[in-house]
Unconditional design. Structure first.
Length: 543
């Protein structure tokens, strides 16, 4: 029996009514039937209507059924393009699962994702033909490949149906072992989320959605499929404006804006958030990392007509499962961080101690989540699934599968939850979930490095904006000690940019805590108030 589910102490509303369609493609198919002449995507001056989008997706789906019959997992190699958007829709249209392949990932990581996903076919944006050829030669010589021109050889077909337990999409996040871990989200999971989003927000066909997230980041499901469920337009962003999108928001007259809070910090530094600057914005959602009170206040002033919300949602619980409506700051909030709020309908939550028992309301504990949005487990990883997912009988007598988030939270007066920290070492940098162990594993393979520990630093607005590595080293095979530049160069050859440490500090040994483990807090405390050049030690070397 699990008498400590928060529905006992924080009543959860009933699940939102499910949308009638069974797949994402069927949702968009129904939208196109009603809004076929309206714009679905805008990329610069190019506008793609719903009729054109679904025509391309359905033809591609027909090609998939012909060239890769029975395909279950379709890779989509592209980035913020008609092909990448329509490719994901085409996979769903064929009754399969789409696997976003971010071409800007480091090649080695992308290759790992392709191997782990066990793809049956891949849809490719023409810009990335060279990358595909490079990968095909080593990894997938016989894999069916579809190009935009292939779709025109086939006629449109209706969107296929699929089982609710079938995967809708498969994403890969940072893993502690050094290998990405796969999160397979079912049709039932994503349609439950979509139903919640549609019930919560009265979006309309004249809304204009931002699209800040790569499709390998699950919040892109909000950008694309929530917009496409109501006939709205998804507006692409020029790559050069991603870190400071003020002109994009203003010039494109966006009405729905979603981003990581780090973007607000960057715009604040550029003095781009003057009061009243974005009157067209009606809804603002921030997710992926903690939202500071200062950032929320400045953004609310810049968007006087907008509902502003702080969102929370691990990939394992399908995009977003908690929300807090911003009104004003409260002195009871820990660390001047906006709360994560209350759960979406259909989600059951509990806050537990180290033994898995409920904490007293107001005490800190780990957040566990079950319900319609919680995925069944990790892709092809039973051991990790057993560690991170646990079945408990709830107070209503129903057994539910809970995901152990690893996030330390506490209940506030009024029932909402506040995020405090992690119970493990996982970091969020610019909204990206990063397991330090993955970076440390790469650093330890560099000749001359005997051990490494990675922490999130520097800190801005309460959040890490980069990584700092503490390294124990010995003379290299050439008889000289490694430099910070050596380590950064070697790690950049195997890691994508956000994973490469900005600073490298050399130490003789690591401090240990009472349990004999590396004391990361002690290492982190040496960085307080430190400054330095990228690639060099920001503090004097210590032992």
């Amino acid at each position: 029996m699990c008498p400590h589910c928060i529905p006992r102490t924080i009543p959860a509303p009933p699940p939102s009514a499910q949308l009638a369609p069974a797949t994402l493609a069927q949702v968009v198919e129904a939208t196109a039937a009603e809004h076929g002449d309206r714009p679905a995507i805008q990329l610069g001056t190019r506008i793609i209507g719903y009729a054109e989008l679904t025509d391309l997706a359905s033809r591609w789906a027909h090609a998939l059924c012909d060239r890769a019959p029975g395909a279950r997992r379709i890779g989509v190699l592209g980035s913020r393009s008609v092909e990448s958007y329509a490719g994901a829709l085409a996979a769903s249209w064929a009754g399969a699962c789409f696997v976003p392949l971010n071409p800007r990932l480091h090649r080695e990581r992308l290759a790992r994702v392709i191997r782990l996903a066990q793809l049956d076919a891949v849809i490719v944006e023409p810009e990335w033909e060279g990358l595909l050829n490079n990968l095909r030669a080593e990894l997938m010589p016989a894999l069916p490949v579809l190009w935009p021109s292939d779709a025109m050889e086939y006629h449109p077909i209706p969107a296929a149906t699929a089982e609710s337990s079938d995967l809708a999409y498969l994403l890969f996040t940072s893993g502690t072992t050094g290998a990405p871990k796969g999160v397979g989200v079912t049709n039932a999971n994503v349609l439950a989320y979509l139903a919640n989003a549609r019930a919560r927000y009265p979006f309309a066909s004249n809304d204009r959605f931002s699209q800040m997230f790569e499709q390998s980041f699950d919040v892109s499901i909000f950008d694309l499929f929530v917009a496409w469920s109501c006939g709205a337009c998804v507006v692409g962003i020029p790559a050069e404006q991603l870190i400071a999108p003020a002109s994009y928001i203003e010039n494109e007259a966006l009405t729905v804006f979603s981003a990581v809070p780090s973007v607000l910090s960057l715009m604040r530094r550029r003095r781009a958030l003057r009061p009243g600057r974005f009157p067209a914005v009606r809804y603002s959602m921030f997710i992926g990392e903690a939202l500071s009170v200062e950032n929320a206040e400045v953004w609310a002033a810049a968007t006087p007509n907008s509902l502003v919300e702080n969102h929370y949602g691990p990939t394992e619980v399908t995009v977003i499962c908690f929300a807090h409506v911003w009104r004003s700051a409260n002195p009871t909030w820990p660390g001047r961080i906006v709360p994560i709020g209350a759960p979406f309908p259909g989600n059951y939550v509990t806050v537990v101690n180290e033994r898995g028992l409920a904490v007293t309301p107001g005490d800190a504990g780990e957040l566990w989540i079950a319900g319609s949005q919680t995925v069944p487990g990790y892709w092809n990883d039973e051991e990790l699934t057993e560690r991170k997912f646990v079945t408990q009988r709830c107070s209503d007598g129903v057994d539910r599968l809970f995901y152990r988030t690893g996030d330390l939270v506490k209940e506030l007066p009024g029932g909402e939850l506040a995020f405090l920290s992690r119970v493990d070492d996982q970091l969020k940098v610019m909204g990206r979930r990063i397991e330090p162990g993955e970076i440390e594993a790469v650093l330890r393979t560099i000749p001359g490095v005997t051990d490494a520990v990675v922490v999130g630093w520097p800190i801005e607005d309460g959040q890490p904006v980069a990584l700092t590595a503490f390294v124990c080293n010995e003379a290299s095979e050439h008889g000289r000690a490694l430099s910070a530049a050596d380590i950064m160069t070697a790690s950049a050859a195997r890691l994508e940019a956000v994973f490469v440490p900005r600073y490298v500090l050399f130490v003789e040994s690591f401090p240990l805590n009472a349990n004999g483990k590396v004391d990361r807090n002690a290492l982190f405390s040496t960085l307080s108030g430190s400054v330095g050049r990228a690639g060099s030690s920001p503090i004097p070397q210590s032992s």
